[in-house]
Ligand binder design. Structure first.
Ligand code: NDP
Length: 260
């Protein structure tokens, strides 16, 4: 019997336990996946071993602090400096980031891309920017304020005051604008001309139709929300929990049930 959990705070909105429980059941695997609201992120590693876990997912706000507590970091998580998946190997904690490849899987039909604009400069912006960079896409960052742009030294970056609209293949909203309000992620006078020139748009928010996606719809641009990114990061994490020996399509089919 294997034991998994998701660490985060708050976790009431998380459908990860449901996704993973469907996968365990439908693939006939012995295990349980619970949730653990963790207030103090510095206690993550200690809690992981106290709970005798085999693997875990990490969500807001602990992805960066989890990265710091890992004994080994794999893949693109080294550049992002944030992990959302943890695996126990002997007495060590191994960290991965499946948000980045999960995002790429969700925009498969938009690829190839040459030039992307990522709006926002938080953890999700970092994961998506490095995912695209590793695919050879030139990425620029646009953020409301300057502070967090210092974490994007590998990219050209702008604030609302220094940005001029240009032609990108895809515009990606990674901010939480539109999640609990009706805000666009940048002023309409910047966003509208940029979206008009773009081929595609993408919003990481998956709970609702955001003003950003509505604007893309009005402009007749192909757009996606973050639902499949959430699905695929879960599929990849689940397969890592089982040494990557499972069939991805079967996991995907099982996890999709959580969205119905
Ligand atoms: P962070 O808090 O790390 O980053 C937030 C960023 O958004 C900052 O750059 C901030 O700008 C900007 N921002 C916040 N509010 C506004 C606003 N009203 N207008 C313009 N900019 C704003 O968040 P995360 O990166 O952790 O998460 C962002 C979103 O991604 C969340 O909605 C989350 O639910 C979603 N998400 C989706 C996933 C999926 O699988 N689909 C996976 C992970 C996250 P500033 O620096 O100026 O404060």
């Amino acid at each position: 019997m294997k034991h998994f959990t998701i660490f985060g705070n708050p976790l009431s909105h998380s459908i990860s336990p449901l996704m993973h429980t469907y996968a365990l059941k439908d693939l006939n695997l012995k295990g349980e996946y619970l949730k653990h609201e963790l207030i103090d992120g510095t206690k993550l590693k200690e809690t992981f071993f106290d709970l005798s876990l085999d693997g875990a997912n990490v969500t807001i706000p602990h992805k960066e602090i989890a990265y710091k507590q890992c004994d080994e970091i794999k893949g693109v998580a080294k550049s992002i400096k944030a992990v959302n998946t943890l695996i126990k190997r002997d007495k060590n904690l191994i960290g991965y980031n499946t948000d980045a490849p999960g995002f790429l899987m969700s925009i498969q039909d938009f690829l190839p891309l040459d030039f992307a604009l990522v709006i926002g400069a938080g953890g999700t912006a970092k994961a998506l920017s490095y995912a695209l960079l590793k695919k050879g896409v030139c990425v620029e960052i646009l953020n409301r304020s300057e502070g967090r742009l210092k974490d994007f030294k590998d990219f050209s970056s702008f604030t609302w005051d220094t940005f001029s609209p240009k032609k990108y293949d895809i515009i990606i909203n990674t901010t939480s604008a539109g999640l609990h309000d009706n805000d666009l992620p940048a002023p309409k006078k910047l966003l509208l001309p940029t979206l008009k020139l773009a081929k595609y748009s993408f919003d990481v928010i998956y709970h609702k139709q955001t003003p950003f996606n509505l604007l893309s719809k009005e402009l007749d641009k192909p757009f996606k929300d973050g639902k499949n990114m959430l699905l695929y990061q879960g599929v990849l994490a689940f397969n890592l929990f089982f040494d990557n020996r499972l069939n991805e399509s079967l996991i995907t089919k099982a996890m999709q049930k959580a969205f119905n």
